[in-house]
Design a protein. Structure first.
Length: 141
């Protein structure tokens, strides 16, 4: 079972994208190469490095905006129900959660993970697989 939160599934997608890029690159460069040839590992390594670059750019530029801290609120019951201008009866109101010790409003920061590892670390894992494939490709040639 794949366990992810929020945008963490994109790490899994990056692996698939990397394999697809690698085989597409292999089909363009050496369409007649055998499947166990070194060029296949080299192309897969390049594909994984490109996938790692795409995942790194997402986690560096887009993810901080998507996972920004959000203020926390609770529903507080009203002493008496009120009728708002649209005619609905209101029995609760949103009140910000405040830390009793500091008096500051409480914020929560959502996190994007895959297998409980934050998304910002996954580009390095994808790049490591790419480097291993590149080394194997150069050794086979």
């Amino acid at each position: 079972m794949i366990v992810w939160t929020r945008w963490g599934i994109l790490a899994f997608v990056a692996f698939g994208l990397s394999v697809g890029l690698g085989f597409t690159l292999k089909a363009i460069i050496a369409p007649d190469a055998e499947t166990n040839a070194g060029i296949v590992s080299t192309c897969l390594g390049i594909g994984f490095l490109l996938g790692a670059a795409a995942l790194w750019s997402f986690s560096t530029y887009a993810l901080p905006r998507l996972d920004k801290p959000q203020p926390q609120y609770v529903h507080q019951p009203l002493p008496q129900p009120l009728v708002d201008p649209s005619g609905r009866t209101v029995t609760h109101r949103l009140v910000p959660v405040v830390n009793q010790e500091t008096g500051q409003q409480v914020f929560s920061r959502p996190s994007s993970t895959l297998f409980f590892i934050p998304l910002r670390f996954w580009p390095y894992a994808v790049a490591a697989v790419g480097v291993i494939n590149l080394v194997l490709g150069f050794i086979r040639d």
